[in-house]
Design a binder for this molecule. Structure first.
Ligand code: MGD
Ligand code: SF4
Length: 730
């Protein structure tokens, strides 16, 4: 019998659209532009509704949250918040929130969650952690996390002797992009992405659906580029919002982007459109690249991509004409087909040919304030770490690959014996692992989930700890690498609901009970913030008044043209040809692999975001739910005719492994190709405690039972999955 039954949290235990075509419609003006309320008090915040981290103010009247507005001084938002940012008030008001610690207990032969006091919950965790330490070692605790709030628990576990934190934002999102750019330039793209779009004269988007994928400052700089007449080239099998703003839309056959990128290199080099001075001064491996791309003509690429050769040439010329103020956007969620590092390498190489890395209108050099860490004792050396498992399979990976820690948590000889899960809903975030997830948690002697709502992952926990929302807590200062260094403050605007607590408080309580009080030598986290701010000439008092503070740059924003540069690669040059890849048994130049054919009667499952929601975390927010309660599946009219479907009809989607989705509404549109369907991600929740979101729309991740793994860094390629359409019994 399984040790742990999956528990669907019900209310009793948990208590205690379509994107608009105008890009800026989704951004609300900030305080300076909005109709004012003289009685409103303003408390600084950093929006936590996604990870772009816009600075803003929470406005209140009569101790009631009124609205959240952007901070005019902040470059992440320039005074405007997106729909989700203004909808942040729903994160506080959501009646389904977790408001009390919950402990798994057995009652009448059935497992359930029981509300307990913080003392009971924390003592239970401490007792299990000490038992794991004694029987196996302190290093046997793995952590899965998403978001800055995890830093308090990472600190706790490092102090305890465990060094195994992993984020789905690596292997399920940005990892291949960062790996591709690291291998080429010696540095990743970072967040916010270091693209200088406001000054670009040509922007190429490869499956980057800016506008539906809403990263505020990026939407604004993209819009500015359009207003200033930049040439926009969007490569997407779907007519996205960004495609509707573009001079060129290339409706590429899914999975063939590397072929297009190789053909673009062929034209850029063949027609001498590349930046010769930059390439000669800064790159290594040009001769090998020139030789390599010879066969990849636009005519060859046409047969793979379906993009006609004249369009391939015309778009390459547009890029070359605008260089170096010409960039191919690196994208963000890039785990698509399992060859994603190679695709990201191809994108990086084109940017090198255009001379856009480190140049105005291309990629700026980011800088951060670099706050010092609050002094605490050094961490003990962990006996094992994530590296032992990730590097055994993916020696080049810069971060832990979630799947490798999951695998090291399964089987009779499972290495990990305890889990901390912070802010990540693993069943909907790591496609294709639901069975492994059950096997892994069955091997754990302790599963702690720290969350704000009764999401699917909470059903796997032994203990659920309710964190209060970002509107109710101090958190680490925002200190992102960016165009202009700046800091931004998150502080409590209102008292936490119920018995929910800030992450720093939970970590400190656990630390003290574990005898690790020396790592938490302060009473309140505000003392840490004040100390850090004073090291850089500010103070908590100042930040409480302004919320955001910019600092002068210490280095130039762009490369000086006549200055020799050493890039942080093994050769000190931009590596068009990668010896690191070669030495590790991978292709040193990007190789194109034809995607596997879609079986007859099936369609490629394409997915993306809707402007009103972030991943799977906001569907139960009452304000955002009102805007987009469910997703719709986009189907081409040719297919709709075949299935006798009209917009608004319901269908179910079924994958080759027999997984059938919830019923989902159809949108018949020529904006999607006939070989694929498109389903926005994050819907179809199965957690009963999410009373609004439960059962609404279809879950794309559940249908992704056949992901392709990137052999270079372990990324989960999700677009290899296919579905068929069921019209009976819906
Ligand atoms: P979310 O699904 O947005 O993030 O996926 P995740 O890392 O799972 O939310 C995870 C959990 O965070 C939710 O349970 C929410 O309740 C909780 N949460 C919200 N706020 C807080 C808080 O303040 N404190 C705490 N403790 N918890 C909080 C994102 C990941 O998914 C990423 S980055 C990408 S890019 C991938 N995208 C993607 C996709 O597009 N399609 C598919 N099928 N899968 C994907 N997986 C990846
Ligand atoms: Fe918040 Fe929107 Fe900014 Fe994300 S882009 S941090 S959701 S305002």
């Amino acid at each position: 019998m399984k040790r742990r039954d999956f528990i669907k949290l019900s209310l009793t235990t948990s208590l205690g659209a379509v994107a608009p075509l105008s890009l800026l419609d989704t951004l609300a003006p900030g305080a300076a532009h909005a109709s004012g309320n003289a009685n409103a008090t303003k408390t600084p915040t950093v929006c936590n509704m996604c990870f772009w981290k816009c600075a803003g103010f929470v406005q209140q009247t009569d101790n009631t949250l009124w609205k959240i507005t952007g901070n005019d001084a902040d470059l992440h938002c320039q005074g405007r918040l997106c729909t989700r940012g203004t909808g942040g008030i729903g994160a506080y008001t959501d009646p389904d929130r977790l408001t009390s610690p919950l402990l798994r207990v057995e009652e009448n032969g059935r497992q359930t969650f029981k509300p307990v006091s913080w003392d009971q919950a924390l003592n239970f965790i401490v007792e299990r952690l000490n038992r794991i330490k004694e029987n196996h070692g302190a290093d046997r605790i793995a952590m899965f996390s998403h978001g800055d709030g995890a830093s308090h628990f990472r600190h706790l576990l490092r102090a305890f002797g465990a060094d195994s934190d992993s984020h789905p934002s690596y292997a399920q999102c940005r990892g291949p992009r960062d790996m591709g750019f690291q291998l080429t330039f010696g540095e990743g793209v970072g967040s916010p992405d270091r693209t200088d779009m406001a000054n670009a004269r040509c922007i190429v988007l490869i499956g980057s659906h800016i506008g539906e994928n809403l990263h505020n400052g990026q939407v604004q700089t993209f819009t500015r580029a359009i207003e200033q007449g930049a040439t926009i080239i969007t490569v997407d099998p779907r007519f996205s919002v960004a495609a509707s703003k573009s001079r060129y839309w290339l409706p590429i056959k899914p999975g063939t982007d590397i072929a297009l990128l190789l053909a673009w290199m062929h034209v850029l080099i063949g027609e001498q459109l590349y930046d010769r001075d930059y390439v000669t001064a800064h790159t290594r491996g040009f001769a090998e690249l020139q030789q390599y791309i010879r066969p990849y003509t636009p005519e060859w690429a046409y047969t793979e991509t379906g993009i006609d050769p004249d369009t391939i040439r015309a778009t390459a010329r547009e890029m070359g004409k605008a260089a170096p103020a010409s960039l191919v956007h690196p994208g963000r969620h890039v785990t698509w087909y399992g060859d994603d590092t190679q695709r990201s390498r191809a994108i990086a190489i084109i940017n090198a040919l255009l001379g856009s890395w480190g140049r105005e209108g291309g990629f700026y050099i980011p800088e951060r304030v670099g706050l010092p860490q609050y002094p605490t004792p050094p961490y003990p050396q962990a006996r094992s770490s994530w590296r032992d498992f990730t590097h055994a399979k993916y020696p080049l990976a810069h971060h832990a690959v979630t799947n490798t820690l999951l695998d090291a948590s399964r089987g009779d000889d499972a290495h990990y014996k305890g889990w901390f899960v912070y802010g990540t809903n693993l069943p909907t975030t790591m496609p294709g692992i639901r069975e492994q997830l059950k096997q892994a948690v069955d091997q754990q002697e302790l599963v702690v989930v720290i969350d704000v709502q009764p999401a699917e992952i909470t059903g796997y926990a032994d203990v659920i700890l309710p964190e209060c929302s970002y509107l109710e807590r101090y958190d680490s200062l925002r200190d992102s690498p960016e165009r202009q260094p700046s800091l931004a403050l998150t502080m409590p605007a209102i008292t936490p609901r119920g018995d929910s607590k800030p992450g720093w408080w939970i970590a400190k309580q656990l630390g003290e009970r574990l005898g690790l009080g020396a790592y938490f030598p302060w009473n309140d986290y505000s003392e840490v913030l004040d100390w850090q701010l004073k090291q850089v000439g500010s103070s908590l008092q100042e930040m409480q008044a302004v919320g955001h503070k910019a600092f002068p740059r210490k280095t130039a924003r762009y490369f000086a043209d006549d200055e020799p540069r050493i890039f942080p690669t093994p050769s000190g040059k931009i590596e068009l040809y990668s010896s690191t890849l070669k030495d590790n048994g991978f292709d040193p130049l990007p190789t194109y692999t034809r995607p596997t054919a879609v079986p007859s009667g099936f369609y490629r499952l394409n997915y993306g975001r809707v402007a009103a929601h972030t991943f799977g975390r906001t569907q139960n927010n009452p304000l955002l739910y009102e805007l987009a309660p469910e997703n719709v599946v986009w189907i081409n009219p040719l297919i709709a005719t075949e299935f006798k479907l009209r917009s608004g009809d319901y269908v179910r989607l079924k994958n080759p492994d027999g997984i059938i989705s919830n019923r989902v509404r159809v949108r018949v549109t020529e904006r999607v190709r006939p070989d694929s369907v498109y389903l926005p991600h994050g819907f179809g929740h199965t957690a009963k405690g999410l009373r609004l979101a439960h059962g609404k729309g279809a879950d794309d991740a559940a249908l992704m039972t056949r992901p392709a793994i990137d052999p270079i860094m372990g990324g989960t390629g999700m677009r290899t999955n296919v579905v068929t359409i069921l019209t009976e019994g819906v």
